[in-house]
Design a protein around this ligand. Structure first.
Ligand SMILES: [Zn+2]
Length: 363
């Protein structure tokens, strides 16, 4: 099936207030999931507002990343309380958990992102992690969410780090789709790639201005948060699997296996993954332009205070055979790295990351 977008999208100022009557029509007994203490007051507001509209909310909190243990526990709660919809309010892992639960229970899903860190509120995909944050697999869902609510006043409350992380994840759309799919003759795939290029350019031009003043009145901020949360989702929707991921996400998935201590955000790891992917293109494909592109991107990421090396993600490549472990997981049989137009072996990854980590990028 072709899963392009949520059925209904409410975005902008007062998006939540505009969506409320629609949500209350769709559900009278929703389960609201969230996670961090930082979003508690927003989730309380969501609960109280829906109560006013006669939808009685059951609240539940994810204890870990989106993992089977949490999903099983909340699934059982939903069935015992006869919940008729899931509302997921939070970051990417909360949104993924909500979508997967709604899919398993065959009930509607409402996504309410509380940061612009990801396009998970939009897409028909969910990632499963272990309790300790190690990537396990992604799940293709039956549909995009039924209602997607993107309220500027909610997004504004999120920490800056979530926005910069989202920018890196959105940039990956271009770097991954352009290498995996540029020879694909499907018109929609080509159009999706071009949207990802325009998105990249806008993020290059407007991210600093957006970060300087995260407010509804700042057009750059609105463009960046919507780029991360709406456009990035649309690109995957139009372009399909190969427009979503390649080496950058494969490297992300491998790095999560090592459980970095300071728990970097998804996009922070993906950003380093893009740089390594570009290095791989240079080393394996003798692509000199890739080196220039990598340096340009690294400079931009440094300006945004994003990590630009594996070491900055809190991983010591020397201890515990970590470098080899990253290489092996990156190249496992089902990895997206095999979408690249050239073959990549674990030895290639070891060699490339070694060169990459030892070079100095001067701003
Ligand atoms: Zn991603």
């Amino acid at each position: 099936m072709y899963l392009v977008s949520p059925k209904r999208v409410f975005k902008g100022n007062k998006a939540w207030e505009k969506a409320l009557p629609e949500i209350s029509k769709l559900t009278k007994s929703p389960l609201l999931i969230g996670r961090s203490n930082a979003t508690y007051s927003l989730r309380k507001k969501i609960t109280e507002d829906l109560d006013f509209y006669n939808s009685k909310v059951i609240n539940e909190t994810l204890l870990f990343d989106c993992c089977e243990e949490d999903l099983d526990r909340i699934y059982n709660k939903c069935t015992s309380y006869h919940c008729d919809a899931i509302i997921a309010a939070g970051g990417g892992k909360v949104l993924d958990a909500g979508k997967i639960l709604a899919y398993k229970l065959s009930i509607p899903c409402i996504t309410v992102p509380l940061s612009a860190s990801t396009c998970a509120g939009w897409t028909a995909l969910g990632n499963i992690y272990s309790k300790h944050g190690q990537f396990i697999k992604d799940i293709n869902l039956r549909s995009c969410p039924d209602i997607f609510v993107f309220d500027y006043s909610f997004i504004k409350t999120a920490p800056t780090k979530t926005l910069t992380s989202g920018i890196a994840d959105s940039l990956a759309k271009w770097y991954e789709s352009s290498i995996t799919s540029s020879s694909n003759k499907d018109g929609l795939v080509q159009q999706a790639i071009q949207i990802s290029r325009v998105l990249r350019d806008q993020l290059f031009l407007e991210s600093e201005e957006a970060l300087a003043d995260p407010a509804e009145g700042n057009l750059a901020w609105r463009n960046v948060i919507e780029g991360n949360s709406l456009t990035a989702g649309l690109i995957g929707g139009i372009g399909g699997e190969k427009c979503r991921t390649a080496a950058a996400h494969a490297i992300h998935n491998a790095i999560t296996q090592l459980q970095p201590k300071n728990k970097p955000l998804h996009g922070e790891i993906v950003g380093v993954g893009i740089l390594i992917q570009l290095k791989l293109e240079e080393v394996k494909n003798d692509n000199k332009l890739a080196d220039q592109t990598m340096k340009q991107l690294a400079k931009f990421m440094k300006k945004l205070d994003l990590p630009t090396t594996v070491a900055e993600l809190g991983i010591d490549l020397v201890e515990n055979n970590n470098l080899q472990r990253i290489a092996d997981f990156t190249c496992r049989k089902e990895s997206e790295i095999h979408f690249l137009p050239f073959s990549v072996s674990p030895d290639d990854v070891v060699k490339t990351i070694s060169i990459f980590e030892n070079q100095k990028i001067i701003i």
